[in-house]
Design a protein around this ligand. Sequence first.
Ligand code: HEC
Length: 124
Amino acid sequence: MLSRLTIASLTAVASISVLGLVHVNAVSAAGYEPAGIQVAAASNLNNGKKIYAANCASCHGAKGEGGVGPSLRGDLKTPVMKRTKKAVVAWIRDPKPPMPKLYPGTLKAKDVDDVAGYVLATFK
Ligand code: HEC
């Protein structure tokens, strides 16, 4: 469990601290490329699971199989983004319609972090 996710997250934190504070993300023609976003070192997957069921499953399916929103399994390509917590956190914080912007209203920063970790760890 204390696996690649944790290591990847720590790496992300390390690289972000060089950049400084949170930046606004950017969508380029080549795909979705978030700039620096601060993410916690480890996601609470139990909280992530609850957040997902309450806020995401209606569009992305209970098992990430897709529905109104795209499948969250395998390559993320609507829009194209890496399967990294940094990219998914940035997207959830500032998605494009019709995906609703749930942060900072409904979701706290930690909730966004936890649900991103849950999605990446659960839907392969
Ligand atoms: C109202 C429906 C809806 C809800 C609720 C919703 N999404 Fe989405 N989501 C979408 C749609 C539609 C897209 C594709 C957006 C586009 O075409 O640019 C998307 C895209 C995504 C992507 C990128 C997928 C890819 O293949 O690149 C991720 C990751 C994602 N959503 C995660 C979530 C998470 C996590 C939640 C809950 C916090 C959530 N979404 C809630 C509709 C929704």
